[in-house]
Design a binder for this molecule. Sequence first.
Ligand SMILES: Cc1ncc(COP(=O)(O)O)c(C=O)c1O
Ligand SMILES: [Zn+2]
Length: 412
Amino acid sequence: METTAAFAGLSCVDCEETFDAETATHRCPDCDGILDPAYDYDAIDLTPADLERRDGDSMWRYAELLPFPRSAAVSLGEGATPLVECPALADAMGVGRVLLKDEGANPTGTFKDRGQSVAMTAAREHGASDVALNSAGNAGQAAAAYAARAELDAHVFLPSRAGFTQKAMTEVHGAELTVTDPVGGNSQISDAGAAYTAAMQDHPEWYSTKTFVTPYRHEGKKTMALELLEALDWEAPDAVVYPTGGGVGLVGMHKAAREARELGWADELIPMYAAQAAGCAPVVDAYEAGADRHEPLDDDAIDTACNGIAIPDPGASHLILEAIRESDGGAVATTDHEILDAAIEVARSEGLEVGATCAAAVSGAFALAESGEFDADDTVVLLNTGAGNKDVDSLRAHLGEREAMERDGSVA
Ligand SMILES: Cc1ncc(COP(=O)(O)O)c(C=O)c1O
Ligand SMILES: [Zn+2]
């Protein structure tokens, strides 16, 4: 297996045992906990000055801080996404600066590409022939794309509620798609998870690239924070507001902020804020209750149109909550109405397209601003995890509802 110089293997976040990445491939062999790539930071031969001389072509420009070198990467040019100034939003929120990190610019239109790029690299390094996962939609599409690139067969399990684009493109990339309860149903990610688990029992040779089953998805997503910090001259912003489902991106970004501090590149951690939909907010509930882990919600209790964050049982909630607390961030839930309104406001006031799920970060930031969380000179970063055109149906439907309400004179 080709790995980078400082990569020191996998460390279990639960029992703290360390494992050789050649033999340990997924969850902890001892306790089934989450494995996390570990590094010998003294062996990292990279400085911010080196980075300045490098191309901003993809997230693999940070390869020294990833487990695999660029030469081994399964890459479609993911990362290196724009950080766009949003003066109208800054004005409306009463803060110094609002910046939007636009992950819609990734090859399959979401930040999921970063995670699948590293996970698919690991799959190929481990000699896999097939990869499998269940997902809310975007990760399935990304996995199909990266598997195609790596010449692996992909098996993707999605709930019926996943978007048409995600289902269609999964098949266009040549993956085998299973949609749970496809005819008129409204199945959830847990249904897709059950179908995936059953298939994995029949095919133990399939290599999983599922959230926090592979140790490499949060590792890929940590590059979002490296790009952000580098763009801000290694000065942490006052807040990153992040639409949180399984928390892969939030946990990954927090890890990168810790690493940047450990390496002496940045002085402060990035305050991480988890934004969820009020109709599925297990992390916000746990945060407000002062708990270390979430209470799983029943599928019947899920009441949000935001697919990517309709995650009732986020298995890594302890890591999300730890990241929020350690970084002095927070957690906020807003209603679907507020979320979809926020997507439309961004599209109209800034010209930027944010996905329905992603707009939870925008409405969440507005709610935080209203509650007095931010100062007038703060820099607030909104993580737009995916392109607006992935969710056109929910956005257009909301616009239609708003227009009908305005016509009736009920609500403006
Ligand atoms: C667009 C979008 N944003 C956010 C999320 C939540 O991701 P995470 O697991 O990093 O919390 C998803 C997951 O499906 C998504 O598709
Ligand atoms: Zn363990």
